[in-house]
Write a protein that binds this ligand. Structure first.
Ligand SMILES: [Zn+2]
Length: 459
């Protein structure tokens, strides 16, 4: 009986598909000036409804508030803006009802769409990642299923064909300490450099085999090279933004709405009722001008010029990113590890080395929390080496001693300095410095400055 039901379903399903196919083919024929050309659809121009001038990529529903005032201004000036969230916002707490976890994610999907629509955005996608409550972007990339999210990210760039991308700064800064945010910036940057490469996710840019039939398994997109990428962030200190990119006052009045772009942004945030109950908890991002950092431009333009300055309307050819080149150490050396090590490689791979010169390595640690400072000793020599470590720590911290290490020839040795933070806030930067020594030879030192915070995510 079950088998019969299954067979009936299959037959019905097949008939429906066939009917849809016939209908679709007729509809296509109606718009096809060469009805006998079965490949006509493959050779249409890309769907203009999805063309964007600016693609904004953020992590959680509500992150778009970071650029909402600017987005409202850009839309007012006739720019087409599309939006991507990389995670669903299924963590955190709900300020409205009892719904939590995935149910809250479903709510935040809708809140996000309503909020974005209030700015005039009509094309928006959520990559479906899950909230990851740490400061480490590598953990966020893992929980987002990096490959799956990047596949979608590149597809959306090819679908929307943005001239510019605006996203979270791929750099750990105090205050802006959410790995999900940084991971969104990392994937947007990767997509910037991959979408124009036809060998990256080639199934996306392969024309359909039988475009007039159902069930094609390649996508028929075109490679697309965005021209500029800009970043925003929300740190406890904005000093390093000066001169790094354009600024836009949020107090300008929208000619069509007769209120300031800041007010439009505040109204946008009010749609995120599960986060603040419809009230902005922290108006700081809107109290200042919208400040952006130029990541890179593949067209001629000044660092602080307008986001849309210098763009070439018809688009530009693919430009390969510099890529990663492994450095060769000639002698044993101590290096910083974890996300800081990753970022040094990432910036090099994507031609963003200037981001590494913006600030010293830093991190927020909650009062009474734990610092976990990742370190690497590279031993390129032919000998096993014995290494000892010296730690300079600020007063008030409880440091776990770092044991000596025996490190094999031609190997990397990973370790961490662990220190418990004071239980009350201390002013100023908390400076840590770790040095390494082997047989009386200095292997160098690494430093990290810490800002004690009332609240911070774990590292
Ligand atoms: Zn967020």
């Amino acid at each position: 009986m079950k088998l019969l039901t299954g067979r009936k379903n299959f037959v019905l399903h097949f008939c429906v598909l066939a009917a849809i196919g016939a209908f679709t083919a007729r509809a296509q024929d109606a718009s096809n000036p060469w009805p006998k050309d079965p490949y006509y659809a493959n050779n249409r121009k890309p769907d203009d409804r999805f063309k964007a001038d600016l693609l904004v990529v953020v992590a959680h529903p509500d992150d778009e508030i970071m650029a909402a005032a600017y987005i409202a201004k850009a839309i007012e000036e006739g720019k087409r803006v599309a939006l991507v969230w990389t995670v669903r916002g299924n963590g955190g707490t709900n300020d409205v009802g009892p719904e939590q976890s995935d149910a809250m994610g479903d709510i935040r999907d809708v809140e996000g769409m309503r909020a974005a629509a209030s700015l005039g955005i009509t094309n928006m996608w959520n990559l479906g990642g899950t909230d990851t409550p740490t400061q480490n972007p590598l953990e966020s990339l893992e929980t987002c299923s990096h490959g799956r999210c990047l596949d979608r990210m590149v597809r959306i760039v090819r679908l929307t064909r943005p001239a510019a991308i605006l996203t979270w700064l791929p750099l750990g800064v105090t205050g802006e300490n959410h790995g999900d945010h940084q991971a969104a910036g990392i994937m947007a940057t990767e997509a910037f450099d991959l979408a124009g490469d036809p060998t990256a996710f080639p199934e996306q840019v392969a024309p359909a085999r039988e475009p007039a039939q159902n069930m094609n398994r390649t996508e028929g997109l075109r490679p697309w090279q965005p021209q500029k990428v800009y970043y925003f962030s929300n740190p406890t200190h904005m000093d390093f933004f000066a001169g790094q990119g354009p600024e836009y006052p949020t107090t300008d009045i929208s000619p069509s709405r007769h209120i300031s772009y800041r007010q439009i942004a505040e109204a946008e945030f009010a749609f995120h009722r599960t986060q603040g109950g419809g009230v902005m908890e922290d108006p700081i991002p809107l109290a200042t001008p919208s400040q952006f950092i130029l990541g890179k431009s593949l067209v001629k333009c000044g660092v602080t010029e307008d986001i849309f300055a210098g763009l070439i309307p018809e688009g530009i050819p693919y430009q390969r990113a510099p890529g990663f080149t492994a450095g060769i150490d000639s002698a044993p050396v101590l290096k910083i590890g974890g996300p800081w090590s990753f970022y040094r490689q990432f910036w090099q791979a994507h031609g963003l080395e200037h981001l590494g010169r913006l600030i010293p390595d830093e991190v927020s640690i909650q009062v009474g929390g734990v610092l976990s400072f990742p370190l690497i000793v590279e031993n390129p020599s032919d000998q096993v080496i014995k290494v000892s470590f010296q730690v300079q720590a600020p007063e008030g911290w409880t440091v776990t001693p770092v044991p000596d290490a025996s490190i094999d020839a031609h190997s990397s040795y990973y370790l961490r300095l662990v220190a418990k933070a004071p239980s009350s806030k201390l002013p100023g930067w908390q400076q840590f410095k770790v040095s390494a020594e082997s047989d009386g030879r200095n292997l160098g030192s690494v430093s990290l400055r810490i800002e004690l915070a009332d609240w911070a995510l774990p590292q």
